[in-house]
Design a protein around this ligand. Sequence first.
Ligand code: SAH
Length: 396
Amino acid sequence: MAQLHLHPGKERSVLRRHPWIFAGSAARLEGRARRGDTVEVVAADGRMLARAAWSPESKIRARVWSFDAAENVDHAFFKRRIARAVAWRASFPGLAEQEGIRLIHGEADGLPGVIADRYGAVVVIQLTSAGAEKWREAIVAALVQVTACAAIYERSDSEVRKLEGLEPVSGCAWGALPAAPLLIEENGVRMEVDVVAGHKTGFYLDQRDNRLLTGALARGRRVLNCFCYTGGFSLQALAGGAASVLSIDSSGPALAIAARNLAHNPQLDASRARWCEDDVFAALRALREAGESFDLIVLDPPKFAPSAAHAARAARAYKDINLCAFRLLAPAGILMTYSCSGGIGAEMFQKIVAGAASDAGVDACILHRLTAAADHPVGLAAPEGEYLKGLVLRAG
Ligand code: SAH
């Protein structure tokens, strides 16, 4: 096995169990390693620190598989890690009963670059690192054994693969997808998941708890759901007894699924729902001009800032939509506003939203601070894995 020697002092983050070794920490590679191969990580004083996946093209030059420098990275390793990730979720309150659940959340589950989401009998994987790519077969085999699923579909088509020098890959990795549309039940609402062409692995599982909270807050309210995708927040709002729900998204295919989702839930009053295919930035202004107002507004935009480099432009976009939302909010209205941008921290997001409220002349207070659901854990040693933050605000 090749050895990756670190510069003096650069062992500290590994000793704190941070799983990324940046190019600037790597002094030299002794021996030969190809992309994705397992290497031993060695401190400048010769201490063996970890075993990691080598990724010569990425700024993250290696990702730690194991902080036990003697642990073999082989089929059994993946079986153990995957079984552990699946097992704690299977007994965790609020997760155990979910048909749609994230089974593996990368670094936080000890599997850098590996995402696995379960939608009923189908598991969708996304492999985003050189090491994960190398071990595809072992990961698929372990998931088949551990989950007893009917099919594994691969959606390794995320842009981040390019940073590791990997091409996009998608298609069935094991078994076959069912012919009928894939449906999951989420907190009493049936949702269709398009694992082949939907966003991410087909669905935004991270917002599950926050959608439920929207339902709890929606009774009797006029709800506006911006960036609605397939209608997750909208349907929970209807289930919670919203007076009306207007949902906006720019994606026609997402709205087509949203309309079908309403049909999958005949218990909901479809006459209270309206769908609108439009750009949210323009639609919010048009609603203001039309003199509309709402009692509960959800803003769940796409990632405006994938990294800190995009933060300034993203901040303007967040400010803009939040400002427009505050102006549309009726007295005592509630705004649920989110950012899933890794490049914008929770503190900065709160400042942006505060600036928007102040420009809109609205006094608001924070009722809840929200994050992703528990099946998307954040490693304590690697807090940069945290991306989703939300604020529930009450306008004065
Ligand atoms: N709230 C959703 C997830 C939202 S994902 C859920 O719970 O499932 C972000 C959505 O924003 C995507 O559906 C995308 O199509 C949409 N979108 C991106 N830019 C947009 C824009 N400028 N105007 C309207 N919708 C946009």
